[in-house]
Design a protein around this ligand. Structure first.
Ligand code: ADP
Ligand code: MG
Ligand code: ZN
Length: 507
């Protein structure tokens, strides 16, 4: 547990009545290349510490880096997917600073010559509107190693007795994607921030350049936020909340910082330009280090690497490999699935598009796929603080289960109420739909003799209703169907019961 204390905050609505937020997001994404950006070391996650290192990524004297071609290609594809211009010539730069997780004492990055710049990404919001996020640049760099501070209670350096460093991550290719300052978001700022990161994640996933696992740190987000008085157009001083590593946290961090900045400004104070730490457990941020805009990293062009100069042919060949943009894909799937706008929006917001796509491909109907993935399982996932795809994966519940469940209904073994019970069993880990139906003895009674007996009994007990049906009031049969189902302890097919009642009464 962090011992951090919360600062004063103004309620969100009050803050937005007086101030307009300005938002800037920096997203670091680790590329899924097999080898590091400037050497041949492996990049697998979770390996024995310091087992994936060499003289280049350890910064030993005399070692010479070589650019990873796949890394450059991925950077260009990301830039193109973000509607950026691609530099015809650019260089790497040394960002000089000393920190133990950076063995070379500089990070190889890009400075004023990014590979991609001036792009945009359109983000769809829950109300169906679109917000265009302008992209400042996407540049190539390398990740740092990881420090582990031992002996303290918080895992931070403060209070630790010693620190360990693991350089396996040092040199893994990163792309940093930086937005231009976003204005005009108003009360939608927290939602826009979250939707942008979600949209970017989907896009990177579709590009297959990264596994974009925020929980493993292969996608990390820094949230810059400032407020300006409603009547002003001059940006305020920003805070930069580092490593906000889930979609939900991005939304919460923006909301928290809006309240905190507003409290400072409305009491006549001055916001400090600084980095902030995000605390997942308490939902607050605390001060990190003060940071000026003109921080002196003494950037200079990297002399050991040749410039990157992609030809037009190369860029166009890479453009041809871009996947269908997620928004276009959603439109195509919506029309193929026959969902209403509202149904599609719910499915998108719940992160179900891929799962439903797989389920339909595996043989389920679009309606069935939507129904089974968005009912009970969504409620349970929410209770578990998770989303349906992650939750389903943790339960080992797959599209094949949905297909099987649906075929048990269409094949006449289960009615809808029974199918719901079977799904409950599947979610409780009792096995496949067929196994659950077998174990729980769920099966429609196929014996028409038993069904006819129940129909006769119910008709005899309800002569008035039966007469109405005979007189042509077919809707009245509904009351009889209910009783027949009860008589059959739910083990009958309602449609069959209805047909039999009508056959018996009106022939
Ligand atoms: P740094 O090196 O400090 O991280 P970057 O240029 O990499 O700076 O990123 C700064 C981010 O903050 C960008 O997304 C930018 O749009 C945003 N930004 C800049 N000024 C402000 C401001 N006054 N308020 C909010 N966001 C800002
Ligand atoms: Mg930055
Ligand atoms: Zn190496």
């Amino acid at each position: 547990m962090s011992q951090a204390t919360a600062e004063a905050t103004l309620p969100f609505e009050e803050a937005l009545a007086a101030y307009d937020p300005v938002l800037g997001l920096e997203v670091h994404v680790e590329l899924g290349t097999n080898t590091k950006m400037f050497c041949g070391c492996a990049t697998a996650f979770g390996a024995e510490p310091n087992s994936q290192v060499c003289p280049v990524c350890l910064g030993l004297p005399g070692a010479l880096p070589v650019v990873n071609e796949k890394g450059v290609e991925s950077a260009i594809r990301i830039g193109l997917a973000l509607n950026c211009e691609i530099a015809s010539w650019c260089r790497f730069a040394r960002k000089n600073y000393f920190y133990p997780d950076m063995p070379k004492n500089f990070q190889t990055s890009q400075y004023d010559e990014p590979i991609a710049f001036n792009g945009h990404l359109d983000v769809e919001l829950a109300d169906g509107s679109t917000y265009r996020v302008e992209i400042e640049r996407a540049h190539m760099e390398e990740d740092t190693g990881k420090s582990l501070h031992v002996g303290g209670s918080t895992g931070r350096i403060h209070g630790a007795t010693h620190s360990l460093v693991d350089y396996n991550r040092a040199g893994i290719p990163l792309i940093e994607i930086v937005t231009k300052p976003m204005t005009g978001a108003g009360e939608r700022a927290p939602e826009i921030a979250k939707a942008y990161v979600a949209t970017l994640r989907d896009l990177l996933k579709a590009l297959a350049v990264s596994d974009v696992k925020m929980e493993q740190g292969s996608m990390r987000c820094d949230v810059n936020l400032s407020l300006m008085p409603k009547d002003s157009t001059t940006f305020g001083i920003r805070s930069e909340t580092k490593n906000v590593n889930s979609l939900r946290s991005v939304e919460r961090a923006v909301r928290y910082e809006i309240g905190r900045h507003a409290a400072i400004l409305s009491s006549g104070g001055k916001v400090t330009q600084e980095t902030r730490h995000w605390h997942e457990d308490t939902g607050i941020t605390t001060a990190g280090r003060e940071k000026s805009d003109a921080e002196d990293y003494r950037y200079f062009p990297e002399p050991d690497l040749v410039p990157v100069a992609p030809s037009t042919e190369m860029v166009e060949a890479l453009r041809a490999t871009l996947p269908e943009p997620p928004a276009a894909r959603r439109k195509r799937l919506q029309s193929a699935w026959g969902y209403s706008d509202l149904e599609m929006r719910d499915v998108v917001n719940a992160g179900l598009v891929d799962l439903i796509d797989e389920t339909v491909t595996a043989g389920a109907t679009p309606a069935g796929a939507r129904k089974w993935w968005s009912g009970e399982i969504a409620r349970r996932a929410n209770d578990a603080g998770s989303d349906v795809p992650t939750y389903a994966a943790s339960l080992a519940v797959t599209p094949a289960h949905v297909v099987e469940l649906e075929s048990l209904v269409t094949g006449g073994r289960l009615n809808d109420a029974m199918a719901r019970q079977v799904w409950d069993g599947v979610l409780a880990g009792e096995g496949t739909p067929t196994a659950v139906a077998d174990a729980r003895g769920l099966e429609l009674v196929q014996d028409t003799g038993a069904l006819q007996a129940a129909v006769d009994k119910v008709i005899a007990a309800n002569p008035d209703v039966a007469q109405k049906v005979r007189d042509g009031k077919v809707q009245a049969a509904g009351a009889l169907i209910g009783q027949v189902m009860k008589e059959m302890k739910g083990q009958a097919d309602a449609a069959a019961a209805r047909q039999l009642i009508l056959d018996t009464l009106v022939g």
